[in-house]
Design a protein around this ligand. Structure first.
Ligand code: SF4
Length: 347
């Protein structure tokens, strides 16, 4: 049973930014009070969590931030986090703890497989290979219907010469922060938004912004914000942000025209107020293939080839067959072969 409907979300998303800021501050205050101050900001160095940190640091001066250094972040993101920690920006609390996962990306791929398509598809393929008679295997082969995975579309991955897995996020991101939470007793505030994915929308509809009763309690006080809100907040309050995003400017007409759902994209803004960033629009893990098949060209790897050639070479080069399974080698991750098999352009 959901606490909120889709209509609730749309109504909140269409509010002006000023109202959203007040609502977000209210949720943060409730969270801090409930846990007697034992909370932390989950900080990725990306623009959403930078805005979150800016709001929290404007309200309190003693709430730490935690950054998981997975080794997959853009070098600019790593530098930005180090600059905040070094106290370069007076508007941010410099108390940033940098934690690390227990395994490297190449080690995870060797042990479990490559993250491709999406978390859900990778997880289903992983199960289907291990348990060919399971319901998930039937769903992925299209023999049984599910609303989550388009039947049969990804079944070719079952026979791929490489393994596919969804374990990476758990090992790289969730485990280190869960360990930090257990050791310190602190509860997370994160900058995720419902508009980012159907999973995130569903999670918000079930738990609301402050999930006090969840198994792992979590606060998402910006859940009803849109990407436009984040850009407007950053510009309006002159928030320092990672240079990898480029300049935040009024969107060119073609950018607006290219949006699939113009109403969702515009939210409460007029077309002439829409903003865009001229650099990277996503700064998650650089080497991840999740969602890459849906990107227009130039996709993230094609752009990386121009902007970060060293990292691009590490992604595409290398790879070797070990016991009949393609996996990273000492020369690189071997993504070239994986992307060719899936049909994603990378040059
Ligand atoms: S987003 Fe991709 S690369 Fe990053 S932790 Fe998750 S699966 Fe791994």
């Amino acid at each position: 049973m959901s606490r909120h409907s889709k209509g609730d979300l749309q109504q909140m998303q269409s509010l002006p930014l000023e109202a959203k800021i007040l609502m977000t501050q209210r949720r943060i205050r409730d969270w801090v009070d409930y846990w007697h101050g034992d909370v932390y900001v989950s900080f990725s160095g990306g623009k959403d969590s930078t805005v979150l940190k800016h709001i929290v640091d404007g309200m309190y001066d003693d709430i730490p931030a935690v950054f998981v250094n997975t080794g997959l972040e853009y070098p600019e993101i790593q530098r930005f986090v180090r600059d905040i920690k070094a106290g370069k920006f007076p508007c941010f609390n410099s108390d940033v703890e940098i934690i690390r996962p227990e395994m490297r990306f190449d080690e995870i791929i060797k042990k479990y497989g490559y993250p491709v398509a999406s978390k859900r598809v990778s997880g289903y393929i992983e199960t289907a290979k291990r348990h060919p008679d399971s319901m998930r295997a039937k769903w992925i082969r299209g023999e049984e219907k599910t609303k989550f995975v388009t039947g049969g579309k990804w079944s070719f991955l079952i026979d791929a010469p490489f393994n596919v897995s969804a374990k990476c996020c758990e090992i790289m991101k969730h485990k280190p922060v869960n360990k930090y939470g257990k050791q310190t007793g602190r509860k997370a505030i994160i900058g995720t938004m419902a508009c980012e994915s159907p999973n995130r929308e569903q999670s918000w509809r079930e738990n609301g912004c402050n999930a006090f009763e969840a198994k792992v309690p979590i606060s998402q006080p910006m859940a009803f914000w849109t990407e436009q809100d984040v850009l407007h907040y950053t510009k309006q309050f002159n928030v320092p942000y990672c240079p990898v995003y480029g300049e935040i400017r009024v969107a060119q007409h073609d950018t607006i025209k290219g949006q699939m759902n113009i109403i969702d994209y515009l939210g409460c803004y007029e077309a002439e107020d829409v903003l865009e960033s001229t650099g990277c629009d996503r700064t998650g893990c650089m080497f991840c293939m999740f969602g890459c098949h849906m990107e227009k060209e130039p996709n993230r790897f094609q752009r990386m080839k121009q902007t970060h050639p060293k990292q691009y070479a590490y992604c595409m080069n290398g790879g070797e067959m070990v016991d009949g399974v393609w996996q990273p080698s000492k020369d690189g991750l071997g993504l070239r072969k994986v992307m060719e098999y899936i049909g994603i352009p990378y040059e």
